[in-house]
Design a protein around this ligand. Structure first.
Ligand code: HEM
Length: 175
């Protein structure tokens, strides 16, 4: 079977989103443990202003998610026919949107009954499940070779960064 290959622009955008989302997840877990902890409490809270850290990484996620979502609905849209891909993308969009509605002062003040807070935590949980489903789907379909193909650095000819404008023009020309 041919070795799976992912377009380099997709790998770049997807890699950034996956990396920054992991940062949001870890820092969010620390915030949850420190200020809420009703269901899960870490045995140790690292020092630092984690609400601020989480908010700052969240801003990076917005910046990474905008071009990624545009790519997913544009050149990558055929892959959204897979439910697991569509679910993880929907989870990402909802997690970012609900995060933008959060009031960091409310979390610091312990206002954990705020609907925006409950919604953001619930959506973050659903996104975590969607990522697991996405990973499970990838592994079930193509095993480690498919999973690795999203993070491998090799670039075929015709898929270098200098080819991206032409690739996007070809996609736009198809309508
Ligand atoms: C927050 C984390 C993640 C999000 C939001 C996400 C989202 C997506 C989306 C929307 C697609 C379809 C792309 C397109 O339309 O062209 C996709 C494809 C893919 N993702 Fe992820 N992903 C995440 C994490 C991961 C991780 C950790 C892996 C590790 C292996 C992975 C491996 C892949 C692979 C191999 C594909 C191509 C699958 C296919 O051909 O259908 N993803 N991802």
């Amino acid at each position: 079977m041919a070795r799976p290959y992912q377009p380099s622009l997709l790998r770049l955008l997807h890699g950034l989103v996956a990396l920054v989302a992991a940062g949001c997840w870890i820092s969010g877990l620390v915030v949850y443990s420190r200020f809420d902890g009703r269901w899960v409490r870490l045995p140790f809270t690292p020092p630092g202003d984690w609400v601020d850290v989480h908010g700052s990484i969240g801003v990076l996620l917005v910046l990474a998610a905008v071009p990624f979502v545009a790519y997913a609905f544009g050149p990558g849209r055929a892959r959204l026919a897979r439910a697991a891909n569509a679910a993880v993308l929907a989870g990402l969009i909802l997690a970012v949107a609900s995060g933008l509605r959060m009031d960091e002062h409310a979390v610091r003040a312990g206002a954990l009954q705020e609907p925006a807070y409950g919604m953001h935590v619930g959506i973050a949980l659903l996104l975590s499940l969607a990522v697991l489903g996405h990973l499970g789907g990838v592994l079930a379909r193509g095993g480690w070779p498919l999973a690795r193909s999203m993070f491998s650095p090799g670039i075929r000819s015709g898929d270098r960064p200098s080819d991206w404008p032409a690739q996007l023009r070809r996609f736009a020309g198809r309508g």
